[in-house]
Design a protein around this ligand. Structure first.
Ligand code: IMP
Length: 175
């Protein structure tokens, strides 16, 4: 191993993530029984979470991807968001679950929810793997939550630092 490489301290193990996703999937399956879902993966951070969550839900579903770019200085968001890749089909009349990697200040998600609601879905709920309540600027109703984390910058399982570490199977902190 390169001694100059930063060490990643594990915060949430792969096993803990798998177990929690199984529970979230069962809860969503119960809540939406008899309905069709649109699982909306917010790129890039939630690609891994969406892939695992989708497999834990036993319902007919369509999976959509939305590319977002938040303006900020890399570790801080401003709430100004640009869509870099839009949905391939309308969501009017659909039950949508937005799948996020992390809700930090809440600014990005707040902007996104306004944008989605303007498209006339039947319902929109939020499922996020992580939440950092200490940093909330815009309170958001989170319907399905994986884990709460403290105010520290986390990477892995889809989350990056300068586009690195997304491929880790666990969530950790760069030391
Ligand atoms: P918010 O607008 O402050 O809630 O930030 C949301 C976005 O910032 C997330 O979807 C992530 O892409 C990114 N982000 C916030 N905190 C972290 C972190 O600790 N690690 C990696 N990305 C983060």
């Amino acid at each position: 191993m390169d001694p100059n490489e930063p060490r990643i301290r594990t915060l949430i193990t792969e096993g803990q993530i798998t177990a929690r996703i199984r529970e979230l999937g069962a809860e969503i399956t119960r809540d939406y029984t008899g309905r069709h879902l649109v699982l909306l993966c917010v790129l890039k951070g939630s690609f891994m979470f969406t892939a695992d969550l989708a497999r834990a839900i036993s319902l007919p579903m369509r999976i959509e991807f939305l590319g977002l770019r938040s303006y900020g200085d890399g570790t801080r968001s401003t709430g100004v968001v640009q869509i870099t890749q839009d949905l391939t089909q309308p969501i009017a009349g659909e039950d949508v679950i937005v799948v996020e990697d992390i809700v930090d200040t809440g600014l990005t998600l707040n902007y996104l929810l306004d944008l989605l609601r303007a498209r006339g879905p039947r319902s929109v709920r939020v499922c996020t793997l992580l939440h950092k309540p200490a940093r909330t600027k815009q309170p958001i109703r989170i319907d399905y939550l994986g884990f709460t984390v403290e105010d520290q910058f986390v990477v892995g399982y889809g989350l990056d630092c300068g586009q690195r570490y997304r491929n880790l199977g666990y969530v950790g902190v760069v030391e």
